[in-house]
Design a protein around this ligand. Structure first.
Ligand code: ATP
Ligand code: MG
Length: 137
């Protein structure tokens, strides 16, 4: 069993899509190990996306991620990391496959509704960024 960190980003939370997005993961057999709605300030967003610190979109991305509440969750299942990435779709919603979350709800390459860890190494950084051991069931 593998665990991955998923975020419902501020654009999707604003559009009242929390339930719709969570149900897509559950319908695909993923289980929720941890879940909460939080607000990430600019500094916390920069820490979360530190791997992208040298990318041209780092400032804009971290402004976006701190513009309103988000929902963070740890999901568990077989091949959870790749399964979640498939359910989310490509980073750019215009290139995402039909039926994916980003195709259906993403607004742009930046405002793309969801985040999912891209590797076991990323998940090992991202899950404890938000959850303590006692919060992960
Ligand atoms: P995420 O890490 O959010 O799951 P991803 O792994 O598909 O997305 P990354 O390359 O890790 O994509 O980029 C992180 C996030 O940065 C993207 O989800 C998107 O919100 C934003 N982003 C990526 N590329 C661009 C870009 N060219 N312009 C603006 N924002 C971008
Ligand atoms: Mg990524």
């Amino acid at each position: 069993m593998e665990k991955t960190l998923v975020i419902i980003k501020p654009d999707a939370v604003k559009k009242n899509l929390i339930g719709e997005i969570i149900s897509r993961f559950e319908k695909n057999g993923l289980r929720i190990s941890a879940l909460k709605k939080i607000y990430m300030n600019k500094k916390q967003a920069k820490g979360f996306y530190i791997v992208h610190k040298d990318r041209p979109f780092y400032e804009s991305l971290t402004d976006f991620m701190s513009e309103g509440p988000i929902v963070v969750m740890a999901l568990e299942g077989e091949d959870a990391i790749s399964k979640v990435r498939k359910i989310m779709g490509a980073t750019n919603p215009s290139q995402a496959d039909a039926g994916t979350i980003r195709k259906d709800f993403g607004e742009s390459i930046e405002r793309n509704a969801v985040h999912g860890s891209d590797s076991a190494q990323s998940a090992a950084y991202e899950i404890p960024y938000f959850f303590s051991a006692l919060e992960i069931l």
